[in-house]
Write a protein that binds this ligand. Structure first.
Ligand SMILES: Cc1ncc(COP(=O)(O)O)c(C=O)c1O
Length: 394
């Protein structure tokens, strides 16, 4: 059943044979709903009435002045749940329901995808279990409480560094044990085929709305800028513009303390092709292929790999990716609070910082869109402590 799943030389499904039947059943169900108008009508209704789509496209006055162009923020921070993750979990939740599954599982790092999965699980009456690294359970307490309130069970994972990598491994293993009644809601545009295609299908609404909203004011984008963890918000924002070479596609990777220090998570800027979580993509690894440790101020970007389509867009030069350090992201985080009255997620602050770094490439009359993937309430304590540690006073 699985036919393609490659983006250039990247992607595929390099998984244990126990997972093949799970992925085959999933692909078959996805092919059935992909172009089914009744599915997309049901999803649109849910996104518009439950989740708050369309999200606004907002012109930021100070950024426009600083960048010397028309700078817009795509406000995914205003989506129900506080981040773009809801687009994907709503789609995968409905797909699970169509497949007759009574139970959903998911991995989560920062907790945003876990919260979004728990929300749809509650709405659709699906038994929900979230795998989360023990370290993340401790440092993301408010999101853990939110998931519990929505009725989800949390499994704290000690293996794989007690963070996202281990959570994904354990969730995949658990899936093979209960595939008859369980759907795995994967959170980003990575992992084995068909997940990158599924996640892109459900996130491309971001780019489609950008095209329509700019079209309403008679404009076309000069650049789309987004942060890149596994790559779901970025691929969703880029999707309708990939074929149009006149649009710059810019991805902000987690540069941590700086790529030269080795403490970062910039898989495209500093990794090389390898295999992680069932697909070939750019991966941070040592000379023996051991997966590297990562660091980022932003938990949602703290991942040693990246999705296969971004790997391809990087390799063929269609999109450009650059590392943004923790300090640069924090500075843009504070600026957005101060001048727009918007508290962005630290992930999204990376995209703002990249746009600011690229300002010499934009001119008067250009329209650029920064995808503000989420809101920063979850990051407040962490950001305040980090600002204090770095001696930055407010
Ligand atoms: C607000 C926000 N933005 C970005 C990301 C990065 O993920 P992705 O690259 O899949 O969009 C996350 C991940 O948790 C997130 O919570």
């Amino acid at each position: 059943m699985i036919e393609n799943g490659f983006y250039g030389e990247f992607g595929g499904y390099y998984v244990s044979e126990l997972l093949i039947p799970c992925l085959t059943e999933l692909e078959k169900a996805f092919v059935e709903i992909k172009d089914d108008p009744s599915f997309h009508q049901q999803l649109k209704h849910l996104l518009n009435n439950w989740a708050g789509r369309p999200t606004p496209l907002y012109r930021s006055a100070w950024l426009s002045e600083e960048l010397g162009c028309e700078a817009y923020l795509k406000r995914e921070d205003l989506l129900h749940g506080g981040a773009h993750k809801t687009n994907n979990t709503a789609g995968q939740g409905l797909l699970a329901q169509r497949m007759g599954k009574k139970r959903i599982i998911a991995e989560t790092g920062a907790g945003q995808h876990g919260v979004a999965t728990a929300m749809i699980g509650a709405l659709l009456g699906l038994d929900t279990t979230i795998y989360m690294g023990a370290k993340d359970v401790a440092r993301q307490a408010p999101n853990v409480a939110r998931m519990r309130l929505f009725g989800a069970k949390i499994i704290s994972v000690e293996s794989g560094g007690a963070s996202l990598k281990g959570a994904i491994n354990d969730a995949l293993r658990a899936w093979t044990e209960r595939v008859h009644d369980t759907f795995y809601v994967f959170g980003t545009a990575a992992g084995p085929h068909p997940y990158p295609a599924i996640v892109k299908t459900f996130q491309k609404i971001i780019g489609e709305e950008i095209a329509e909203q700019l079209g309403n004011i008679g404009a076309r984008p000069k650049a789309i800028v987004a942060s890149v963890g596994g790559g779901s918000n970025a691929i969703g924002a880029f999707a309708p513009f990939i074929q149009d070479e006149s649009v710059m596609l810019l991805g902000a990777e987690p540069g941590g303390d700086g790529v030269e220090t080795g403490r970062h998570g910039a898989a495209l800027s500093a990794g090389r092709p390898g295999s992680l979580h069932g697909a070939i993509s750019y991966v941070l690894q040592d000379k023996d292929g051991q997966i590297g440790d990562t660091h980022s101020v932003s938990a949602g970007l703290d991942y040693p790999g990246v999705g296969p389509e971004h790997s391809h867009l990087h390799a063929c030069g269609r999109a450009e990716y650059a590392p943004i350090t923790d300090a640069e992201a924090l500075e843009s985080f504070v600026q957005l609070c101060r001048y727009d009255g918007i508290l962005p997620a630290l992930e999204s602050a990376h995209a703002v910082a990249l746009a600011r770094k690229c300002k010499s490439r934009f001119g008067k009359g250009d329209h650029i869109v920064i995808n503000l993937s989420g809101r920063g309430d979850k990051d407040m304590d962490h950001a305040m402590n980090t600002l204090q540690e770095k001696g930055i006073s407010l």
